[in-house]
Design a binder for this molecule. Sequence first.
Ligand SMILES: *[C@@H]1O[C@H](CO)[C@@H](O)[C@H](O)[C@H]1NC(C)=O
Length: 195
Amino acid sequence: MLLNSFLYFAWLTITLPVVVWGLQELAAGCGKNGKHCISRPPDCLSDPKLCTQIATVTPAASGVVHVHIKAKGSRLKNRWIGLGFSEDDNMGNDAVIVCFHNETTTAAELSYNQDHFNLGSAGVDQKYLHPTKTKGEDDTIHCSLDLYKKLSVKEHEFDLSKPHYFLFSSGPLKTGRIAKHDKLPIVSIEPYVFP
Ligand SMILES: *[C@@H]1O[C@H](CO)[C@@H](O)[C@H](O)[C@H]1NC(C)=O
């Protein structure tokens, strides 16, 4: 009993700060020095321990931004989170980075929203996206990557040095494929530029 309590206490002490810190570290500095973020719930950035999902975009070397997409929660296997870049605040004609965690793999892929459908990554040139780290567990999905600011997705050109809204959504994978979002997409209140 005593040992159990001790182990539980040790677990809390060791695990909780790590669980909380992951999202808090990402939330630090949002809105400053050209770093822009979007979160679920949308107003959690002032108190990031309330966040369950966050995506951040930080200017990096010329021509590139660093992107983090992260979710915390339970039963995150076979789910995806997506960060879309859109010229307007609606779904459609968006470049989307999808970070997913299936039975075997956690990966980030570039894809395209045509109207209200995500076409997936098949046939999308992935050369604009360079994953640096991915991690998927039952309670975590995390993709870190570098993204070129000028990219072409399904023959549509995007330039992130021009204003783009962030679209943030998540949903299930069905038989390994991205299925429709099951959480209300969140849209940034203003478009962001990465000059
Ligand atoms: C998981 O995703 C990888 C990469 O897209 C794919 O090769 C693999 O078949 C997927 N696994 C399942 C079980 O869907």
